[in-house]
Design a protein around this ligand. Structure first.
Ligand code: NAD
Length: 466
């Protein structure tokens, strides 16, 4: 059954923002203990009913059920982090910085915060932000992707069941019109965005112009550097899992294997072997990989296979025409492997965001590092090796925000923070973890003196310590 949502007008976004603004004073002043009780309850409900949400995600996005369950598990991690929020909201205190003068800081919420999320993680990506934002006392307007909108509605209903007051968590569906209305609304204090790089840059520039705090996470092209001493079975498993999981529609997917000579031929043989066993189909029927999100996106991704041939690469496995266990008119594209991809080709430099894994061969470790560092994205990367010295040098020299050492998709756990470098993140603030609490709070520093009866006198000089 096809479900549809209406796209919000500017007036409808305004109504959602005003509802969040009206709820803010009450929520901000709700005690830590009471806020914590609501978030714990939300965590319990989400944990109990996670299968319902997974089914919604699979039916709209297409990813396989186990993958949808995985995204919920990673989102829950942030809800659990938020349960412990009082620890993150503590200020600092220095007594007697000058005679009888104390200085201390307090952290306060921003107000109404906007979250704009992409299609590929309709539950997890919003959960990178709203548990932290709500815990810190803000009220939220979420604009999820119009391609898979139902998860956000389900989550909103769950918050109500958990006892969150009306107006604290709001969802508006929409496209550019709704996004622009949020960016330009004077009551919206911050924007948290995740999506493609051109839109992330637009969001960053536009929201900054209106004086908002902005974090805008963009696209990626993640490389996996394979040294000749690596365990090739582990590498082949990792490349296939991280390249084709969720049909490659993950910002932390591995899309380029950089094979240091002479490892490529043996590695490609092992990857091909594994690809031959992959089953593509309707995510509800337990295949390995589902369809792409839309027909338009499938055609765009398939176009890169033609481009690879034109640019002189070797298409080792062509996923077009794959036999899928699902609807005839589904947006199918099978796992695709392309060897000897020229680095001048757009197949190498564009974010394809589909089940297409490229192989680039290099002669040395240094050449591999140089290649990765010249890319415009810097989201994630991985090195596979048994050489600790090489891994250490890699982590030191590589210009990327999240690094895996023999780990293909190094998404940091909830109590660290998530974010890339370069065109994968605009703004200085990463998602969740300590950085998330910093983003969703503003600090006040208070200097206090309780006058001693002996104190007094006029002094127009600049205050100095004594
Ligand atoms: P997208 O940029 O098309 O859309 C993201 C959001 O922006 C959606 O809510 C959409 O409605 C809105 N939007 C789209 N076009 C807009 C416009 N012209 N003006 C204003 N708003 C607009 O991204 P997508 O296709 O939904 O998601 C895939 C992209 O997200 C990939 O590039 C992927 O790498 C990236 N992503 C990045 C991360 C990360 O952590 N860095 C995580 C997940 C996804």
């Amino acid at each position: 059954m096809t479900k549809q949502v209406a796209l919000a007008s500017e007036e409808e976004v305004d109504a959602a923002v005003l509802s969040a603004a009206a709820a803010f004073p009450g929520w901000r002043d709700t005690s830590i203990a009471k806020r914590q009780a609501v978030i714990f309850r939300f965590r319990e409900l989400l944990n109990e009913r996670r299968d319902e949400l997974a089914e919604i995600i699979t039916s709209e996005h297409g990813k396989v059920l186990s993958d949808a369950a995985g995204e919920i598990a990673r989102g829950l991690e942030i809800v659990e982090l938020a349960c412990g929020f009082p620890q993150f909201l503590k200020g600092e205190h220095s007594e007697n910085v000058s005679t009888n003068v104390d200085v201390y800081s307090i952290k306060q919420p921003l107000g109404v915060v906007g979250i704009i999320s992409p299609f590929n993680f309709p539950a997890m990506v919003p959960m990178w932000f709203f548990p932290v934002a709500i815990a810190a006392g803000n009220t939220v307007v979420l604009k999820p992707s119009e391609k898979d909108p139902s998860a956000a509605n389900w989550i909103a209903a769950l918050w109500t069941e958990a006892g969150l007051p009306d107006g604290v968590f709001n969802v508006v569906h929409g496209d550019k019109v709704a996004v622009d209305a949020l960016l330009n609304h004077p009551e919206v204090r911050s924007i948290s965005f995740v999506g493609s790089t051109p839109i992330a840059q637009y969001i960053y520039e536009t929201a900054a112009k209106t004086g908002k705090r902005v974090q805008a996470l963009g696209g990626a092209k993640n490389h996996m550097l394979v040294l000749p001493d690596a365990d090739l079975d582990l590498v082949a498993d990792s490349a296939v899992n991280a390249g084709f999981g969720s049909a490659g529609e993950r910002c932390m997917a591995v899309s380029v294997v950089v094979a240091v000579d002479p490892v490529a031929d043996a590695l490609i043989a092992k990857v091909r072997e594994r690809m031959a066993g992959l089953r593509v189909g309707d995510g509800r029927r337990n295949p390995d990989m589902g369809p792409l999100v839309t027909g338009e996106h499938r055609d765009k991704v398939a176009g890169y296979i033609d481009l690879a041939l034109e640019d002189g690469a070797d298409v080792v496995v062509d996923g077009r025409g794959v036999e899928a266990d699902g609807a005839q008119d589904g947006f199918w594209l099978g796992p695709t492997l392309i060897d000897n991809v020229p680095t001048s080709s757009r197949v190498y430099s564009d974010e394809i965001f589909g089940p297409v894994l490229s192989v680039v061969r290099v002669a040395t470790f240094e050449e591999g590092v140089e290649l990765i560092n010249t890319g415009r994205f810097g989201n994630g990367t991985a090195i596979f090796t048994n050489d600790g010295g090489a891994a250490r040098r890699f982590q030191n020299e590589i210009q990327v925000g999240m690094i895996g050492i023999n780990v293909p998709i190094p998404v940091p756990v909830g109590y660290f923070s998530f974010g890339g470098w370069k065109q994968s993140l605009f703004g200085a603030s990463k998602a969740y973890g300590p950085a998330g609490f910093d983003f969703f709070t503003q600090e006040k520093a208070i200097t206090q003196r309780w006058l001693d009866p002996s104190h007094g006198g006029i002094n127009l000089g600049f205050p100095q310590n004594g």
